[in-house]
Design a protein around this ligand. Structure first.
Ligand SMILES: N[C@@H](CCC(=O)N[C@@H](CS)C(=O)NCC(=O)O)C(=O)O
Length: 188
């Protein structure tokens, strides 16, 4: 989405086996994670790192609000919790793929963590989005919030918490060309 916002073309190499323990399978990422961005300057590990490098590579001076611009507890905590919820979702998926039983205490805690986090965000959704700097074109918080909620739907992992406000936000934010052209799909 950030590449699309910046008008940059990217090519994708799919990591087909997420159980691989060979870092070469992940573009050299030593933590065995995706994404890695490969550029003429080297490899960039992790989504935020990559978004910053894409921004530097682009001629567009997109007015983007970054995590460090969120200088009050509501916005700073919202960003932290969106990223934590993403990490929790990844843990849920990987633990399940790895054979951890659904009724285990570990998975129970992960699901509760995700549910609590989403409830916290939903309760404050209006205040969060209203508090973002009005001069921004887009923020890392909006993009990651959109990716979190739409990915929960994509992987059918949406917890019990009703997400009425976040769904409304996703519907509006999902009209952006950068969202419409990057819908989640399983690679063939
Ligand atoms: N903080 C990292 C998180 C990376 C991450 O968790 N990626 C997931 C896919 S989106 C992954 O690699 N899953 C496979 C695994 O955890 O083994 C980032 O922002 O890039």
């Amino acid at each position: 989405m950030v590449a699309a916002e910046l008008g940059l073309e990217t090519a994708f190499e799919v990591v087909r086996d997420l159980s691989s323990t060979d870092s070469n399978a992940y573009g050299g990422h030593p933590a065995l994670k995706i994404p890695t961005l490969l550029t003429s300057r080297g490899a960039w590990f992790g989504a935020l790192n990559i978004c910053r490098e894409l921004w530097r590579l682009s001629d567009r001076r997109l007015r983007m609000t970054w995590p460090e611009d969120l200088g009050d507890p509501l916005l700073a905590n919202a960003q932290e919790l969106v990223l934590q919820a993403m990490a929790t979702e990844v843990s849920l998926i990987m633990a399940t793929l790895g054979g951890v039983p659904a009724e285990s205490a570990y998975l129970h805690k992960l699901r509760r963590s995700l549910d609590n986090t989403l409830a916290w965000l939903e309760e404050r959704a209006e205040a969060i989005f209203a508090a973002l700097p009005p001069e921004r074109e887009v923020s890392f918080l909006e993009i990651t919030s959109f990716c979190l909620i739409t990915h929960l739907d994509f992987r059918e992992l949406r917890p019990a918490t009703p997400l009425v406000k976040f769904d409304g936000f996703c519907e509006a934010f999902g009209q952006r060309p950068s969202a419409r052209t990057t819908v989640y799909r399983f690679d063939p």
